[in-house]
Design a protein around this ligand. Sequence first.
Ligand code: SF4
Length: 355
Amino acid sequence: MTNPSPAIETNIRALGLLSGGLDSTLAARLLMEQGIEVACVNFHTGFCIQSHTGAIRNPKVGASPPRHDALHAAKTLGVKLHMVDISSDYVRIVTNPKHGYGKNLNPCLDCKIFMVAKAWEMAQKLGYHFIFSGEVLGQRPMSQRRDTFPVIDREAGVKGWLLRPLTALRMPETEPERRGWVDRNRLEGFSGRGRKPQMALAKKFALKDYPSPAGGCCFLTDENYTRKLRDLWAYRDNRDYSMDDILLLKAGRHIRPRPHFKLMIGRDQAENQFLSGFRKGRVVIQTVNLAGPLTLMEGDTSSPEDRLLACRIAARYSKGKDMDKVQLKVEHAGVSEIVEVSPLPAHELPDHWHV
Ligand code: SF4
């Protein structure tokens, strides 16, 4: 790292929003180059892909454990990382975003405003002079635009105190630049969706092991996930959700044979194990002498006919799908019973049942 410019004041502390992607890592690194003391914050919304895939997916033989990008980036940078769970306050952002959704159920603009406001609140409480992010003008269609940056700054109440080091030369001067804490000449003017300038800067800083931008970090941008969330809201007739709800949408095959109930069927051992943690309050169906999935039935499960249909569907996804009869253990309302059913044939399981 080069020495800070002599003209720049020392002991300036900045708090950055760190996803662990290349942009936020570079933004932190650029400021560290100027001798600024950097710490970072990573927010857990409940929809972060990384927080859960490790818990749900079958580990590959010999693979290293899944890594948390923000933790990894903070370690690489050698900075302190605050990890903050905002999931309960975040519900209102997802259910009722003032600025609407993106392509899926991603309320990116409201989400950014919320996170920036939280980071600024933390910065003031913890004695940081300003905050920064890795945003780049024109990189994301919903939140990283010339007309949305001022909205974020204004609605987060941070006007002038949020620096975007990677795109700063295309933006009006911020307070830290005006006050001489940050040398604007040593910031960047990146724009657009291309990644070449970032990759060149990463090379300059010898940053190698960064995640691919295509990796995605948020379930709310995922089409399959948001289809399940819409289904949940539609059949409940309101947009509330619990942590269990949003976790369960991340695993299994989801089938809704009737409007009033839904099945969640594990697709492998890891998903079966994951679903098993959510038995409480749901009907649990498992094969007895054959390999098969763990199935959860939720909603109005009071009808024996509906439970029988659920069992026939569960049997269809077991090793006994071509047999005449399959035995299943059904746990319902504290009672466990063994039932024998014929697996539902493929032609009786219409596509539109799949959520
Ligand atoms: S992708 Fe998800 S985490 Fe990122 S800004 Fe959009 S809603 Fe927020």
